[in-house]
Design a protein around this ligand. Sequence first.
Ligand code: AMP
Length: 177
Amino acid sequence: MSIVKSKIRTIPNWPKPGIMFRDITTLLIDPEGLALTIGTFVARYEKAALTKVAAIEARGFITGAALAFQLGIGFVPVRKKGKLPGETVAEEYQLEYGTDQIEIHKDAINSKDRVLIMDDLIATGGTLGATISLIRKLGGEVHEAGVIIDLPDLGGSKMIKEKYGVNVYSICQFEGH
Ligand code: AMP
């Protein structure tokens, strides 16, 4: 959606040279932008019979918590390694150099759950793929993944569809990196 897209700020060469950082803080600070973003997700998912929103640390928490509240369902944080205090399951994923891990509480999701995953942005899809695996390990069904921004040239949303059979819904797309 072009109004949402127009409120996202691009910061070139941050956090390192060559990266075009898509900064959603300018969208969130704008009441119309915030309402349009959450409203778009609510309209898409209000009839989806979801039971939980699982959101990826850290920017996924912002839209994920607002959406879960509006839908009247539970919120589950997917966190970087070592942050969750209870018993967890973990999944490794590829970074540009090396690997990282994300975790979810074992008792956060069960086989009765129909889960929407939320993040701010999908690039290569590594983080999202690991999140799908975590939810499936716990027996949950992944309904879809919702993001504000897709970077289609990096192939993440296509990979997620092909490898995991999960659709990625994005409000707007940016060409290039
Ligand atoms: P990936 O696992 O490659 O799909 O990376 C997605 C994660 O990295 C998301 O949680 C984003 O917040 C962050 N990210 C990757 N690329 C960018 C970018 N160009 N601008 C802002 N955030 C990004």
